[in-house]
Design a protein around this ligand. Sequence first.
Ligand SMILES: [Zn+2]
Length: 344
Amino acid sequence: MTLRRSLFLAIASALVLSAPASADERYVTENFVVHAPTKPLAKTFGEYAEKYRDEKARDWLGKEMPKWSQKCPLVVEITEGRTGGATTFTFSDRQSGVLSQEMKIFGSVKQLLDSVLPHEITHTVLAYHFGQAVPRWADEGGSVLSENDKERLDHDVKCREFLNAGRGIPLRILFAMKEYPRDMIVLYAQGYSVSDYLIALGGGGLKGRKRFLEFLETGMQKSNKNWEKAVAAHYEFDTVDNLQVQWIDSLRKPPADLASRSKLSGGGSTASLNKGRDELRGYDQRTSAGPALPQLEPPVLGTARGSTPREDDRAAPRQGQPTTRPTYSSPPNMLLLPPDLPKQ
Ligand SMILES: [Zn+2]
């Protein structure tokens, strides 16, 4: 996850980070000052941080990031059972972009190196690219894309479950969110799913990511309210609602088949989506008049597909977040099948 605090808080945190109790060995690389429980661990995490910094910048931007003017503190805590991370940025203006950043990760060594560290490093690439706060859904969705196969599959499964359970967030609301909803894990899972869909639609790889970043750039304009224009300009959808229809449709097809995702064929889900939309408009007192839901198989999760939920920053709201669940619980009520297992 990423946090954006006031400069004061960032400085206060930096002071705390400079003398962590459980991470008192230090290793300095070109761009990071790593604090970890042992010297070899600090060195390993420093080397991996630089490797991912280089790799993720190439994946997303097709080029290296220049050396940061200030090294990023990276605090590593080795914990059992709890996994997560946070990267805190302070931004100045578009010209100078990121003023400072700091990263804290906790979990098992394997989990940290496989998933959490590349996730957090991806936040730094996106922050560097935009020079400003990135919309939460895309910031987290794009970063989950950097995690390992198991974590991505887990988010894919969760996204379908949330949509089926009526916990999905309509895209026009998700896109415009500047902060995390209370149901944070929904933003992660849905943000990942939509990002993955759009990147595949744009051709996948660097090409798909480039188009996705251009789409975000447009959508972020007008105080993060330019999404209708962005979907039309970069993906040829008439509206964000239409993108939602097509995205849901793609989830009803085998997700491993990216080719099928890129076909913008109409689907039978429009009626259900319309129902979801009408329910959403129920805020302004419109009633739902949608037809019956399609009869699809409910999701059946095989044992190999299940996973222990991560007890990380996604599970609980941060301080200062709204304590009541936002009332947008009128998602497309779709019964979606679980995703295919990734090819080994
Ligand atoms: Zn994150």
